[in-house]
Design a protein around this ligand. Structure first.
Ligand SMILES: Cc1cc2nc3c(=O)[nH]c(=O)nc-3n(C[C@H](O)[C@H](O)[C@H](O)COP(=O)(O)OP(=O)(O)OC[C@H]3O[C@@H](n4cnc5c(N)ncnc54)[C@H](O)[C@@H]3O)c2cc1C
Length: 396
């Protein structure tokens, strides 16, 4: 074929990344249709009420809660990228709290049960979770220990005579904590054993002694429920141990990697969505006789934002590719989480600025994106912890 004389830039091409296939794109379309038709219209209402449990049931019915989970538990058996597609498309719900609640269920609760659980535990909790009949939450953070996971105080004491463990302690900021049927709970079983003294448990939330104390109010993510939980002499059978006794710290550090990567993908998608909405606004809103997007200063804001979003996206996709191909790239996951969280907040902030007064008004929903996104720099490991992990990975 002859080379054309004039090669023009192609700004309109789809730019599908190499990790995605036609099947991923079909999946994307079907999730997108569902999100726009069934979730987005309720976003305002759910900011007031939190989203209903029926969202899990409906997503389970559609097969969206087990996209990358094994077929034997009712999942679709897809690859890791299907999970990224879900995280990206859920951003169109315009309901950050919902995205977080679903991610806690699919990408924080299920993975450790699938990775470390017994067959019985998988059948008991993962299979109904994929159907959307049981809801999962994850309990790491405590009132006195968040970043410092090793500083948690929740104790599980073995009672060999009864074949049980007795759990006492408290957890805070627990997403889905009010609605969940089971919690993946991080405890200390041997306070003198350092990192080898932690054990995970699967604790049914209706077990005697589990107290859902308070529904916590927060800056953003209003559609999610966030709980303060107490565990008062909660007795669970030995079969409730998840994974190996004494290896809970390592188990949960592994879990956090998947959680951070999915969170990063969600942050990039949220940033892209607020960018797109703001672009529309900049092409409609007029000042001084022209569309505001035609002022060079505004045009450059878009250029800066687009470049930030694209760099974060490439980092997330490349890291996801490494993760999905058997590597355990903790440094790059930390970088992706850090960078995506930061740029999402920066983009949301700039989008408020471009909207002017409208950006500050609730009815436009732009300020909400900023409030929701702000969590990304704190949850699942703060910016400072990500920086420390990256720095330490160089032997510092
Ligand atoms: C809306 C929401 C939902 C959440 N959902 C869940 C959930 O479902 N399950 C769960 O277990 N947790 C959840 N969390 C908790 C979240 O993961 C923690 O808030 C987070 O890890 C930070 O812990 P912290 O709040 O105790 O802050 P702290 O650890 O007290 O940190 C306070 C400040 O000190 C800094 N800091 C701490 N240590 C260091 C260090 N070594 N070097 C430098 N700086 C440091 C931090 O970066 C931060 O700026 C949620 C939090 C929120 C806000």
């Amino acid at each position: 074929m002859a080379t054309p004389d004039v090669i023009k830039p192609d700004h309109g091409s789809a730019r599908r990344h190499f990790i995605f296939t036609d099947e991923h794109e079909q999946l994307r379309e079907s999730i997108h249709r569902f999100v726009v038709a069934e979730l987005q219209p309720h976003a305002e209402e759910w900011e007031e009420t939190t989203f209903p449990d029926s969202v899990f049931a409906r997503m389970g019915e559609l097969g969206f809660l087990g996209l990358d989970k094994p077929v034997e538990y009712g999942g679709q058996g897809g690859d890791y990228y299907c999970s990224l597609v879900l995280a990206e498309e859920l951003a169109h719900a315009h309901c950050g709290g919902l995205v977080m609640g679903v991610a806690v269920h699919t990408d924080m609760g299920m993975p450790p049960i699938l990775a470390f659980g017994t067959e019985e535990q998988k059948q008991q909790w993962v299979a109904p979770a994929i159907r959307g009949e049981k809801i999962l939450c994850l309990g790491i953070t405590e009132p006195d220990a968040g970043s410092d996971v090793a500083g948690i105080k929740t104790r599980a004491v073995h009672d060999p005579a009864a074949g049980e463990y007795v759990i006492n302690g408290s957890k805070t900021y627990i997403t889905n904590g009010h609605r969940a049927d089971v919690i993946v709970l991080v405890t200390k079983t041997d306070p003198d054993a350092g990192y080898d003294g932690f054990t995970l448990f699967l604790v049914p939330m209706d077990a005697p002694g589990v107290v859902r104390e308070k529904r916590l109010r927060k800056l953003g993510m209003h559609a999610s429920d966030t709980a303060l939980l107490a565990f008062q002499d909660v007795r669970v059978p030995e079969s409730a141990v998840l994974g190996q006794v004494g290896k809970g710290f390592y188990h949960i550090m592994w879990e956090l990697q998947g959680e951070r990567l999915i969170g990063a993908a969600g942050a990039v998608a949220g940033a892209q969505r607020v960018f797109d909405r703001t672009l529309e606004y900049a092409l409609e809103r007029r000042a001084f006789g022209r569309k505001i997007g035609h002022f060079q200063v505004i045009r450059h804001k878009f250029a800066e934002m687009a470049t930030k979003i694209e760099t974060a996206r490439q980092l997330v996709y490349t890291t996801a590719w490494r993760f999905a191909n058997g590597e355990y790239p903790v440094r790059e996951i930390s970088m992706a989480k850090l960078h995506a969280s930061r740029i999402a907040v920066e983009v949301a902030d700039e989008c408020i600025q471009i909207h002017g007064g409208a950006g500050y008004m609730q009815e436009y929903g732009i300020e909400r994106v900023w409030r929701d996104m702000r969590l990304n720099r704190i949850g699942a490991g703060t910016d400072e912890i990500m920086l420390d992990l990256i720095g330490r990975s160089y032997g510092l």
